[in-house]
Design a protein around this ligand. Sequence first.
Ligand SMILES: [Zn+2]
Length: 306
Amino acid sequence: MCLMIPPIVVMLLMLHLLPEIQDSSICFLTSKSWITLSNTTQVPLQIVYRHQNLFHYFPALTQALESLFVLEGIKPVSQQLIHEPDLHQIKGFCQNMGLGFASTSTGGSWHLAMLSHNQETADHALFYAAIGNHQRLGETLGYPPCCVRNYLGNVKKVASEAEYGLLGSLRNHEVPFVMNYLLRSADVSILSHIPCSFDCSSSLHLAEKAYACVQKHHPQLAQYLKQHLSGPIVLHDQGVHPLRGYSRVDDRIYYTNAEQLKESAMNAVFSRCDNVHLVGKNHLQLCQKNHVVDELKDNVRFLLFS
Ligand SMILES: [Zn+2]
């Protein structure tokens, strides 16, 4: 079976994943054998499950984690885009682990694959993707109904996760770090779906269970994820800007480095500045000391993951 993946399916997969994988500038965590914690300690990157290191099979951290969540019964199905050269070994891994595996070519050198506890569920998920039944696909993947509904209602209005993140309500700008799905393009995420809002309690429940699973299998990797997913992020319709080395003084967030995830005209401005002035809920000033270099209004949100 060969199909053209409908746009919504790719969106459910996280829209950017395919082009980002093809971008050789992206360095996947699993291309390394070690991870470095903030205290500069280096620890081996491995999750051994029934004598197999998951990172020998899966090229991306998020893929390895999602497969772990299926093995541990936290997720019913993991939907993944697999590059042709990795397909055979991942299929073999699933067979060895007794997982169901179903895949289909997307037309290029990529395959849409479903990994599940049983073959029938993997087949069903692939079938729903093939016929474009996104409601059933979302349910089969175990995404919370509120998030599936919200996604279907909004997907045509947005072109990126950054824009999606601007939708929906937010009680305040402090969000549990496990809900940070905005760094998935850097292959760092615990959630595998886009929550209906940063306040979604069903998504938080799933994310906490998944994080506890990582803690159980690889405490240092859990620490690494927490370090990377925590901290302030400025989100606007053109991009996502994590601010590293931050400190807060009243309504100013000082930072030493603004991470660049994607090409954005704002990257150079964030690099030039050293603090963000929180003027209002949808109004930020990018400053160099007290000098205002640029402003973001309306389609902007400040989030503090902790
Ligand atoms: Zn939700």
